[in-house]
Design a protein around this ligand. Structure first.
Ligand SMILES: Cc1cc2nc3c(=O)[nH]c(=O)nc-3n(C[C@H](O)[C@H](O)[C@H](O)COP(=O)(O)O)c2cc1C
Length: 164
């Protein structure tokens, strides 16, 4: 099996765009953009996100007791790009505020899901971070979507109606 064909197949699968954040014991903040966010279980409430083992943030998240999933809204492409760019201060724009559990959150996110670390599962070149959901915020914005290697938006009459 060739990696390239699997990558092409997966590129066509639309995914959410989230920024996952945490704070370490010295108050240093870490975050990365991800599209591998899914719900796992309702009882107990569990979610997961996959993080590459080569990522600069991997050691910090491996040691995390809590983490936040910020679900990005349409118009937040710049945030997604910043939190996926190497070697920059991803928090320099000061758009992240202490939110649920004191974790860095975007005030105008579509949703925020604050978690305690339930388990970290070793999975090839990624680690699966499984979070137990402790607190959830839901806004009324329309979500950003990633498909065909492009940021996109969903037509959502219900959300548009609610936002009026
Ligand atoms: C739309 C999008 C989705 C991404 N999804 C993931 C993901 O699910 N898991 C992951 O480990 N990296 C993902 N990345 C890459 C990371 O954001 C980041 O670039 C990578 O961890 C390398 O960062 P580093 O400079 O901290 O090493 C994604 C990037 C983009 C732009």
């Amino acid at each position: 099996m060739e990696f390239a064909i699997l990558k092409e197949a997966m590129a066509r699968v639309p995914g959410p765009v989230v920024v996952v954040t945490m704070v370490d014991g010295t108050e240093r903040r870490f975050g990365f953009t991800a599209s591998s966010f899914v719900s796992v279980s309702l009882e107990p409430p569990l979610i997961l996100v996959c993080l590459g083992k080569e990522a600069s943030t991997h050691p910090a998240f491996q040691a995390a007791n809590t983490f936040m999933v910020n679900v990005l809204a349409e118009g937040q492409e710049e945030v997604a790009r910043r939190f996926s760019t190497s070697g920059v201060d991803r928090f320099a724009a000061s758009d992240m505020m202490p939110c649920e559990l004191g974790l860095p959150g975007l005030p105008d996110a579509v949703a925020r899901v604050a978690c305690s670390m339930h388990r970290i599962v070793d999975a090839g070149d990624h680690s699966i971070l499984i979070g137990q959901v402790e607190s959830v915020y839901v806004g009324n914005r329309s979500p950003l979507v990633y498909a065909n290697r492009l940021f996109s938006r969903v037509e959502s009459p219900a959300l548009a109606r609610d936002a009026r």
